[in-house]
Design a protein around this ligand. Structure first.
Ligand SMILES: C[S@@+](CC[C@H](N)C(=O)[O-])C[C@H]1O[C@@H](n2cnc3c(N)ncnc32)[C@H](O)[C@@H]1O
Length: 258
């Protein structure tokens, strides 16, 4: 997927960049022209050129050709559900101690955004077992994960996780679902000693029930955080936070199995 030093080849998937608001992921094919609101681009023109080269459209717009990376795909993920924000995704993955070779149970799959991030961290050798009750959500997520080339690190399970976790001795359990407190006891039994559990919830009522169950089950190091992120408008002598921000996404509870 990432191919910065090589030359652009026929069949490559590239990022066609017009400006910060408009860019497209396109596969270069024989005789294939790409239509934009700024004119048509003949992608054959960039074959054999280095990444970073420019191509002109029939209406005179200049577009850059870049290698596609994980973030390009994540921004365009097809959503059938609310997805986890990048700021939360990164912290969840850190607190779940997810690394190469980890075996991770996740619920729910949703659109597969968090699944994809977890999958990209367990490679090579690890696996994400992701539970989802809605078949149509699972199918959409599977397509998203396939587009990212991460299918071999993910096992999709069409199952209500409150009916039981099939895996044992897993390194982490990660939840983004409406009723995480119903899963705490079974997460404890599925985890290896020292394994981590992390749960993301939009409301504090969910957090209270989840934390209460974690204490009852014997989890250690139970912590709850909320991450608030401000973006900035940066310009010499005018730098300040953006006027509009995402005020709330959710709370993250983390804990460790004893
Ligand atoms: C908010 S979405 C998850 C979004 C996902 N983290 C992402 O980043 O794309 C919650 C998902 O959990 C699923 N879900 C809720 N309860 C479940 C359960 N008991 N077992 C399996 N899936 C469940 C829902 O169907 C929904 O797709």
């Amino acid at each position: 997927m990432e191919s910065s030093s090589k030359l652009i080849e026929m069949g490559d998937e590239v990022l066609l960049y017009l400006n910060e608001r408009k860019s497209w992921i396109v596969r270069i094919g024989e005789g294939k022209k790409f239509h934009t609101h700024k004119g048509i681009v003949d992608l054959a023109e960039v074959v054999g050129k280095p990444y970073g080269s420019e191509v002109s459209s029939t209406l005179g717009a200049t577009l850059k050709v870049l290698p596609v990376d994980y973030l390009d795909h994540l921004e365009r993920i097809a959503r059938t559900t609310q997805v986890i924000y990048p700021k939360d995704m990164a912290y969840i993955t850190l607190m779940a101690n997810v690394r190469s070779g980890s075996r991770v149970v996740e619920c729910g799959t949703g659109s597969g955004a968090l699944t994809s991030y977890l999958a990209s961290h367990v490679r090579p050798g690890g696996r994400v077992f992701t539970y989802e009750v809605r078949e149509e959500f699972q199918e959409n997520a599977r397509r998203n994960i396939e587009r990212l080339g991460l299918l071999e690190s993910v096992e999709f399970k069409l199952k209500d996780i409150t009916k039981g976790i099939d895996e044992r001795e897993v390194d982490a359990v990660v939840l983004d679902m409406a009723t995480p407190w119903l899963v705490v006891g079974m997460a404890y039994r599925a985890l290896r000693i020292g394994g981590r559990m992390v749960s993301f919830s939009p409301t504090i009522n969910q957090v209270e029930k989840t934390v209460d169950e974690m204490h009852k089950s014997g989890f250690l190091s139970v912590k709850t955080v909320e991450l608030i992120m401000r973006t900035y408008k940066v310009k010499v002598n005018e730098t300040r936070p953006d006027m509009i921000m995402v005020g709330h996404t959710g709370y993250i509870v983390s804990a460790r199995r004893c």
